[in-house]
Write a protein that binds this ligand. Structure first.
Ligand SMILES: C[S@@+](CC[C@H](N)C(=O)[O-])C[C@H]1O[C@@H](n2cnc3c(N)ncnc32)[C@H](O)[C@@H]1O
Length: 319
């Protein structure tokens, strides 16, 4: 998985004209704010240095996670061909480009972002888009009023930046703007999972069908200290490694998501909740299943085709 050329170009532009030290400091400040989920009334990406640090150190990972989530939507709904997209808290347009990679049907996108700084970066990439893109600088907790429903609505890594009191209404509003499918993505932390569970309950109550990752609409069977999350490996460029003072050429982005749809015809399939464990003659899968339970399923070599299928699955796949 690589960044599409328009986003890759943005990350290169972000490196120009700033020193490595400035980028490292800005990246560390951003990372501390994200880790602590700071809510001090300021957006994290208001100044240009923070935006550049985001592009170099976070965008590859958020793009990869969104791309993986959209892959799960496409796998659940091979017939889904969204023409219109609404992405809120768009940042530099990560979800737009992931959607464009997944669905060539995409013809028109509306991106809403509160920070003019990161929006300006995103606009540099969308200036060359071959489909219609409009941007709005607005607060998504108050400004989602005069918008027509869109086939695909997304909010990636945004719920965690909203005041807890604003989240329910935000989710309700996004659902009302969803003509077909709503995708929420959050960091794969216990707190991110809790936010997704709360949105999940509201969406089920509103009549949504769950496309992924849950194969059922019963209560989540996982209980603390366990939590549902997935992982996507992301290659780090040299600049990315330098900005993070890291030696390893990759990182694993942990994320959690929910794809809720007005379409209800998908046959639910069990979801693999951890990296499968292989030992002589067995592959053990941790599964969330259609009956609303989570359990370990040892698959024996004697099960032939099922064993072969189990060996091919990975964390996050259906089984
Ligand atoms: C972590 S970034 C995620 C950006 C992009 N969705 C991605 O996944 O790469 C969160 C974005 O949401 C924006 N944001 C936060 N609160 C917002 C609000 N109330 N209204 C609009 N945008 C908001 C931030 O400015 C930031 O660009």
């Amino acid at each position: 998985m690589e960044l599409p050329p328009p986003l890759h170009h943005l990350t290169e532009l972000a490196l120009a004209g700033v020193s490595a030290t400035e980028l490292i400091q800005a990246g560390e400040l951003l990372s501390r704010r994200y880790r602590a989920e700071v809510q001090d009334g300021r957006l994290h990406l208001t100044d240009d240095l923070a935006a550049r640090a985001y592009l170099v150190t976070r965008l590859p990972a958020t793009y990869a996670a969104i791309w993986a989530c959209m892959g799960a939507v496409a796998a659940a709904r091979p017939d889904f061909a969204p023409r219109t997209l609404l992405d809120v808290g768009a940042g530099p347009g990560s979800a737009l480009w992931a959607a464009a990679e997944r669905w060539s049907s995409l013809g028109d996108a509306l991106l809403i972002e509160a920070s003019p700084t990161i929006r300006a970066w995103g606009e540099r990439a969308t200036a060359g888009a071959t489909f219609g893109v409009s941007w709005r600088t607005a607060d998504v907790t108050t400004a989602l009023t005069d918008i027509e429903p869109r086939d695909l609505v997304s909010a990636a890594y945004v719920l965690n930046e909203l005041a807890p009191a604003a989240r329910n209404e935000f989710v309700d509003r996004l659902w009302s703007l969803t003509a077909d499918t709503l995708l929420l993505v959050e960091p794969g932390t216990p707190a991110g999972w809790a936010r997704i569970l709360s949105a999940r309950a509201r969406l089920i109550a509103a009549g949504a069908s769950l496309l992924a990752p849950c194969p059922h609409a019963a209560d989540c069977p996982l209980a603390s200290p366990d939590w549902c999350h997935f992982s996507q490996r992301v290659a780090r460029t040299r600049a990315h490694r330098q900005a993070k003072r890291a030696d390893v050429a990759w990182e694993d982005e942990k994320y959690i998501y929910l794809a809720a749809s007005r379409y209800s015809g998908v046959e639910p399939q069990a979801r693999v909740l951890a990296t499968p464990r292989a030992r002589s003659g067995f592959v053990t899968l941790k599964l969330c299943t259609q009956d609303g339970t989570a359990r370990e399923r040892p698959v024996s070599r004697r099960e032939g085709a099922v064993f072969k299928a189990a060996r091919r699955t990975g964390w996050g796949d259906t089984f």
